[in-house]
Ligand binder design. Structure first.
Ligand SMILES: Cc1cc2nc3c(=O)[nH]c(=O)nc-3n(C[C@H](O)[C@H](O)[C@H](O)COP(=O)(O)OP(=O)(O)OC[C@H]3O[C@@H](n4cnc5c(N)ncnc54)[C@H](O)[C@@H]3O)c2cc1C
Length: 381
């Protein structure tokens, strides 16, 4: 089965492409150089109703399919990965609330997240609980009317900028991963603070930080799902978000291919364009083939998410794994097509190469995706 887009999705792709070329592309290098969160890009996305694209209409969003969201993430990443991350993380962080929040919780938080009035964060990773997310050490102790959180998270995108944090903490340590619960925590809650802000290789405009909880009281009604259901909420969220990371990787790869093709047409050596050299032609042909293969896997996994299909988990892991490896390979090869120029900051490829790397790491490293895939393949042995 081939996953083609509808006319509406193609039209949206065209609109996002236009907007990205006019408003995002001119800022991309500057965002990377300055390393400061680009609020102008956040406002651009919010102003075009994109931050609520994935959020149901009942809660202020557009309720668009994940496939549609993937097209948007892809087109934004084609010019600026940081800007696409603003879009991707808002969806990632809102999803636990959409999935498991009570009606009141959804009404309280989702409209503000959908409009972009506030940013949201997904707060899972800890220093000692990275790939092993079930090893969460942040504790949530039951008290009168709610829970008191103590612990530290790390590598949290939008950390300190977001007002709403979908947070995972241990309520019942003796139950292992079944003792983890999910909560919405507000930034202005007493005992909440922001720690070290990371200095990163890529996605330089994104803010990624530690988040600390010190006797941070969270009311009972802010629990997402039942007590002990947090790990399931986190895993379901990742299954439904990995296609978007795949789309982001795909967009970075497509953007690098665009630059490489233009260069191969223009750059002359030995008296003619380097695109006439078979060595360059074959490199470009392989890049294009990998990009199209990644596109099919990403669209397929997004479609399975939209269908609520039981095979989503393995497919979203394959999509994220393949597309991010393609992004790394294609950006590296694109630098090669530009030769020395590709290595210089005057051209966007070295930025794209740095930005591509993180797609192999976050939302589960690509080794972890292989664990997910092989577990499904082999079952219990
Ligand atoms: C820029 C950035 C933004 C991020 N944003 C967020 C965010 O918003 N929210 C959030 O919660 N987290 C976020 N993360 C965290 C990210 O999801 C973790 O970094 C990732 O899951 C890996 O965890 P770790 O860094 O602790 O690596 P580790 O788990 O220490 O892994 C180290 C190495 O060991 C390998 N490894 C580990 N376990 C296995 C295994 N079972 N089999 C084979 N190999 C294995 C890994 O693949 C990796 O190569 C972000 C990370 C980055 C870099």
């Amino acid at each position: 089965m081939v996953y083609a887009l509808t006319e509406e999705q193609e039209a949206l792709r065209g609109q996002i492409r236009q907007m990205a070329l006019e408003k995002v592309a001119p800022r991309a290098a500057e965002i990377d150089r300055e390393g400061v969160y680009p609020w102008d890009m956040q406002k651009l996305l919010a102003g075009n109703d994109l931050l609520g694209l994935a959020i149901p209409q009942d809660y202020g969003g557009s309720g668009a399919s994940l496939l549609t969201n993937c097209v948007v993430a892809e087109e934004l990443a084609r010019t600026c990965a940081t800007t696409s991350l603003i879009f991707v993380v808002q969806k990632l962080a809102a999803y636990p609330i959409v999935l498991a929040g009570s009606e009141e919780t959804k009404k309280k938080y989702l409209p503000r997240v959908a409009s972009g009035e506030c940013l949201a964060s997904f707060c899972l990773t800890e220093r000692k609980a990275g790939s092993d997310a079930g090893a969460t050490q942040t504790m949530a102790k039951a008290v009168d009317g709610g829970y008191v959180l103590n612990g530290e998270k790390c590598f949290i995108t939008n950390g300190g900028l977001a007002e709403v944090y979908s947070t995972f903490a241990m309520t019942d340590p003796d139950k292992g991963v079944r003792g983890i619960s999910a909560f919405v925590v507000e930034k202005d809650c007493e005992g909440f603070s922001v720690g070290h802000i990371e200095d990163k290789m890529g996605l330089r405009g994104a803010q990624v930080s530690e988040i600390m909880f010190e006797d941070c009281f969270v009311p009972e009604e802010n629990m997402l799902g039942g007590r002990g259901e947090g790990f399931t909420v986190a895993m379901k969220t990742l299954d439904n978000s990995r296609p978007l990371v795949g789309a982001q990787a795909l967009g970075i790869a497509q953007g690098a291919l665009d630059v490489a093709v233009d260069w191969a047409r223009e750059r002359e050596q030995f008296g003619s364009p380097i695109g006439k050299l078979q060595g360059i032609q074959f490199l470009l042909a392989d890049m294009k083939t990998q990009v199209e293969a990644a596109r099919q896997l990403v669209y397929r996994s997004a479609t399975l998410s939209d269908m609520n299909h039981p095979d989503l988990s393995i497919n979203s892991a394959m999509a994220k794994l393949f597309a991010s490896d393609v992004a790394m390979k294609v950006t590296t090869d694109a630098v090669q097509v530009l030769g020395g120029y590709g290595y210089m900051k005057d051209h966007p490829l070295e930025r794209m190469m740095r930005d591509a790397k993180v797609t192999q790491i976050y939302e589960g490293t690509n080794q972890v995706q292989r664990v997910v895939i092989s577990r499904r393949l082999l079952g219990k042995i």
